[in-house]
Design a protein around this ligand. Structure first.
Ligand SMILES: O=P(O)(O)OC[C@H]1O[C@H](OP(=O)(O)OP(=O)(O)O)[C@H](O)[C@@H]1O
Ligand SMILES: NC(=O)CC[C@H](N)C(=O)O
Ligand SMILES: [Mg+2]
Length: 503
């Protein structure tokens, strides 16, 4: 999923970009980067690691300038080398840098076209470097010595014509300004906002509204599907719809798990959507299991808490924090490699056995993907003395790969893929397993904004809104990006020679 942010300010932007990245850390834990522009000179620091580890005091002091973009990465293409950390940069035209959240589904074709038609060089396997080069090429095609907002919008329109898949991006054109754009399905979120200062208006573009809240910016709105927002270096903002056929198909998994609950995406409060998920799940339990014998509802921290509170409330059953989370362990789902994920669940969560002993416990999670968390947790609840362990998921079974910026490339790694409900119950070791229905999930989100007609629900129903994902594409993806394929690459231990322009 990745987190992106860009700021055009009247003050140095280094600290604000850093602070925004820490607030977006939940979107990517593998690498982080900041690039700033000070009067036409660009400064870049990017490296693998968490935000707090990547930037030292010395780096921060060197990242000067009043315009900049930044990124936290969770890889979905290429590899996890620091050479593919973002922002990416090309020197022509004018010097362009880009940070991308999402995943292109026609990266191979684009890469070939860039080489053969556009005579551009791509140096990594990252689709984001491809996106940058398509954008830079189309800017070049405007053939202007001084680019205007209209020229930038034209280039974005051409990007929409050439690129397929998911992309929420922020790009900086040295000496010209900053542009944020979102693919015509609006699959990944991106918002923009402003802050009035005595020197003038500062602008921000970011993956989630929580970044604006924490920096004191006021939300102007979401960048709509196919829309672009341009802020010139002298602080003028303009927007344009750059794709005629644009229509919302926001990734519904953002509301289930990816986004922070205190963010608002496409006018829907993520927190309220999660409360409604808990309510519909409670309704389903009452409908199908009227004589349930649940003594206590226990969430699996962190993300499921919001749904679990509402579920417990509606069932009129006590809600208890039976698992304590180690606050120094990050999100396990977005960690690379299954071995690390499995180990992290045990390090991350520890039961308070008082809450389990002799009780019928309903554990609640936001989703079951590979089944890493649920399998471990159910066993931990039993070890802690639970009489019965039931398990509820606020999302339907995840059965299909994601191709739009979540690293779930292989159906075979998804625990619900090709398994019946009973098989899953047995495999996870639950006395009863309850999944949210897809229609209920959609309604739980749509209730916040009834203008949202469609969502990207591909991980639940295999319906890919970009309509270019077929069995052949998914087979290739599994071949190259499954855990096994990535592990064997890592084991091969090939050294990576990087291109950096840091001091
Ligand atoms: O079935 P799985 O493959 O285990 O994936 C699902 C789990 O992963 C996520 O938790 P994570 O620890 O990443 O983050 P959280 O602290 O935000 O809940 C999610 O909230 C589920 O608990
Ligand atoms: N999760 C994402 O948004 C990833 C962005 C891009 N595809 C990368 O791998 O770096
Ligand atoms: Mg979790």
């Amino acid at each position: 999923m990745c987190g992106i942010v860009g700021i055009v300010s009247h003050q140095p932007v280094n600290q604000e970009l850093y602070d925004a990245l820490t607030v977006l850390q939940h979107r990517g834990q593998d690498a982080a980067g900041i690039m700033t522009d000070a009067d036409g000179r660009l400064f870049l620091r990017k490296e693998n690691g968490l935000v707090r580890d990547v930037f030292s005091q010395a780096h921060m002091e060197t990242l000067i300038g009043t315009m900049g973009i930044a990124h936290v990465r969770y890889p979905t293409a290429g590899c996890d080398s620091s050479a593919e950390a973002q922002p990416f940069y090309v020197n022509s035209p004018f010097g362009v840098a880009l940070a991308h959240n999402g995943n292109l589904t026609n990266a191979d074709v684009l890469k070939r076209d860039l080489f053969i038609q556009d005579r551009r060089h791509i140096n990594t396997d990252s689709d984001s470097e491809i996106l940058l080069n398509v954008f830079a090429h189309e800017l070049m095609e405007q053939d202007k010595l001084r680019l205007t907002a209209e020229d930038v919008f034209e280039a974005v329109s051409r990007v929409h014509q050439r690129c397929r898949g998911a992309y929420a991006a922020v790009a900086m054109i040295s000496g010209v300004g900053m542009v944020g754009f979102r693919d015509p399905h609006g699959i990944r979120p991106v918002v923009y906002g402003k802050r009035e200062t005595p020197e003038g208006t500062d602008y921000i573009i970011a993956s989630e509204s929580v970044a604006l809240d924490s920096l004191g910016y006021e939300l102007i709105g979401d960048i709509a599907p196919g829309e672009a927002v341009f802020i010139s270096t002298d602080g003028l903002l303009s927007t344009r719809r750059c794709a005629p056929e644009a229509q919302y198909a926001t990734c519904i998994f953002e509301y289930v798990y990816l986004a922070r609950p205190d963010s608002v995406i496409d006018d829907v409060y993520v927190y309220k959507a999660r409360l409604r998920m808990g309510a519909t799940l409670a309704e389903k339990i009452r409908r199908e299991w009227g004589d349930h014998d649940i003594d206590v509802v226990v969430p699996i921290p962190d993300t499921s808490r919001t749904s679990a509170v509402q579920l417990a409330n509606d069932l009129d059953v006590p809600y208890r924090e039976g698992f304590i989370k180690n606050r120094y362990i990050g999100r396990t789902f977005i960690m690379p490699g299954q071995a690390q994920r499995r180990k992290s669940v045990r390090q991350k969560l520890n039961p308070i056995d008082l809450e389990f002993r002799g009780k019928n416990v309903l554990l609640v999670d936001d989703s079951i993907v590979r089944g890493t968390t649920s399998r471990e947790i159910i066993q931990m609840a039993r070890d802690a003395g639970a009489a019965k362990v039931y398990f509820a998921s606020a999302a339907p079974p995840v059965r299909y790969p994601n191709v739009y910026g979540i690293d779930m490339p292989a159906a075979s790694e998804l625990v619900a893929h090709g398994r019946t409900h009973e098989e899953l119950e047995r495999l996870l070791g639950a006395d009863r397993l309850i999944y949210q229905d897809l229609d209920d999930l959609i309604e739980a989100v749509r209730a916040g904004n009834t203008n949202l007609k469609d969502f990207d629900t591909s991980v639940f129903d295999g319906r890919y809104p970009t309509q270019d994902v077929d069995a052949e594409y998914l087979n290739q993806l599994e071949l190259f990006r499954s855990d096994a394929a990535k592990d064997s690459k890592r084991r091969a231990g090939q050294p990576v020679i990087e291109i950096h322009n840091t001091a």
